[in-house]
Design a protein around this ligand. Structure first.
Ligand code: SF4
Ligand code: SF4
Length: 462
């Protein structure tokens, strides 16, 4: 504050955090999450289904390929459903188990974990890193720092390349990289995403969670007193203080916390969980693992820091299943099952019949009336099909197509269609139900409606 008043710098430099290595059940869980999520990210673009990349967001062609399904711009509703499901899942899991996403699945956490592991591999654990940073720039320090930077940059570049591989066929992209012929957009996004990974996971780290992430700001609104949080048991731990292992804490007037500060040293955001629930806590559970190890060594029960709820800490009944969990859960279930059902029963055919605006109708010899249309047809499947076109509600209508309805995979076509209707079918506007069906696959079927105009005879009711 004094600095503000005296016109000093408004910028406070963040002290560097050197998280100590930790092991334990939650750390193992986080490592599994890192392997699974990064494994999916780095391997998925290389997976082929048939002759297509299994996951490809082909923006120039405006088509998304997902495990054998092709999504067109008309399927935009699925993207909206996916975003709603993601939002609702966040509400559901946050209300149930707090910041699970932050601690185990957020890309910032996952990539930071990898960067810290690489750093630890090259520079050593906390003490060695602190010593190295404080040491003068001798040959050894320059070597270690250069190797670390080179490894980070390589990993970040590979990450940027993989990211672009979700939007450009990755085999082609690989060839472009090797032949130094990448396009401007491919180059820009590879560098941009690689640089963002390098900067966020290598340098900004916990500052992204503390100052940049909007979720950290509003997640507390989804918490209630029955939400699982990571908390220090003040009642059991205080008064804290050092003691030898064979000293009985109650006789020494102490709680179970031996004030070793290991929970602070392992914290990637540098906070002290013993000061209570803080928004900087990303719920990584590293402090639980390390404190459990301390409790084991002291032969005290585990769980001085643990997953608990505010109600449990106050010795009140905790309710895991509560109205908001039931509502979020049911909405999520309905949304996911509805989306899966709709995606699996989706017909890969789109058709619209557009009237020829230049002519109302044409009367032909033999008491027949002709209406002319353009059929806009899209084969959304990844196999070619031949389609039949039949009028369902009037057998007497003759369908005359300008060319056979044979479409290659993912082809969009416009075909002129003439419908010849016997005059006896009626007057004025007639509604015809027209079925389009793939000859080789009866499940690919669509019924569209066509309005046909018929002459009106004066004095006769339509
Ligand atoms: S690790 Fe456990 S015992 Fe050590 S300071 Fe933290 S809470 Fe206390
Ligand atoms: S307080 Fe514990 S759970 Fe929270 S960020 Fe720090 S180490 Fe992770």
């Amino acid at each position: 504050m004094t600095e503000h008043v005296t016109g000093g710098s408004l910028y406070r430099k963040e002290p560097k955090i050197y998280p100590r290595q930790v092991s334990g059940r939650f750390t193992r869980l986080r490592v599994v999450a890192v392997w699974v999520l990064l494994g999916l990210f780095y391997l998925l673009p290389w997976l082929q289904i048939g002759d297509k990349q299994a996951v490809l967001f082909d923006l120039p062609a405006r088509k998304f390929y997902l495990f054998g399904l092709t999504f067109w711009p008309q399927d935009f509703v699925y993207l909206a459903l996916l975003l709603i499901t993601a939002g609702l899942s966040l509400f559901f899991f946050t209300a149930l188990a707090g910041r699970l996403w932050c601690g185990f699945a957020c890309p910032q956490t996952v990539w930071t974990e990898v960067f810290i592991r690489l750093e630890r591999l090259i520079e050593g654990d906390r003490q060695k890193r602190m010593k190295l940073d404080a040491a003068p720039w001798d040959a050894q320090k320059i070597l270690r720092k250069s190797v670390k930077q080179a490894v980070w940059i390589l990993f970040a570049a590979w990450t940027g390349f993989t990211f672009v591989g979700f939007f450009t066929p990755i085999h082609e992209l690989g060839n472009h990289v090797l032949s130094l012929s990448m396009g401007p957009w491919e180059t820009f996004w590879t560098i941009f995403y690689g640089f963002a990974t390098y900067g966020n996971a290598g340098f900004l780290r916990e500052q992204v969670c503390k100052y940049m992430c909007p979720y950290a700001r509003f997640q507390s609104a989804m918490f209630d007193k029955d939400t699982l949080i990571i908390s220090y048991d003040t009642e059991r731990g205080e008064p804290r203080g050092g003691r030898r292992k064979n000293v009985d804490p109650s006789e020494a007037g102490l709680g179970d916390c031996i004030n070793c500060t290991l929970c602070v040293q392992v914290c990637p955001t540098g906070i002290d969980i013993r000061e209570g629930l803080q928004y900087e806590c990303i719920a990584c559970a590293a402090c639980i693992d390390v404190c459990d190890q301390v409790m084991d060594k002291m032969e005290y029960p585990r769980g001085l820091i643990r997953y608990t709820t505010e109600h449990s800490l106050k010795h009140k009944q905790a309710h895991v299943i509560r109205p908001r969990i039931i509502v979020y859960g049911m909405l999520l279930l309905a949304l996911v099952s509805g989306t899966v059902w709709s995606m699996t029963t989706r017909v890969p055919l789109r058709a619209d019949l557009i009237r020829d605006r230049n002519a109302l109708y044409r009367e032909l010899p033999g008491d027949v009336v002709e209406n002319v249309y353009t059929l806009k047809i899209t084969n959304m499947d990844d196999a070619p099909h031949r389609y039949t076109m039949t009028v369902l509600n009037n057998d007497a209508v003759e369908v005359d197509l300008a060319r056979p309805l044979e479409l290659a995979a993912e082809e969009v076509a416009g075909v002129s269609v003439r419908l010849r209707i016997p005059k006896a079918a009626g007057q004025g506007v007639q509604t015809l139900d027209i079925e389009l069906q793939a000859s080789d696959d009866p499940s690919i079927r669509k019924v569209i409606e066509a309005k046909a105009l018929m002459p009106m005879e004066i004095g006769k009711q339509p």
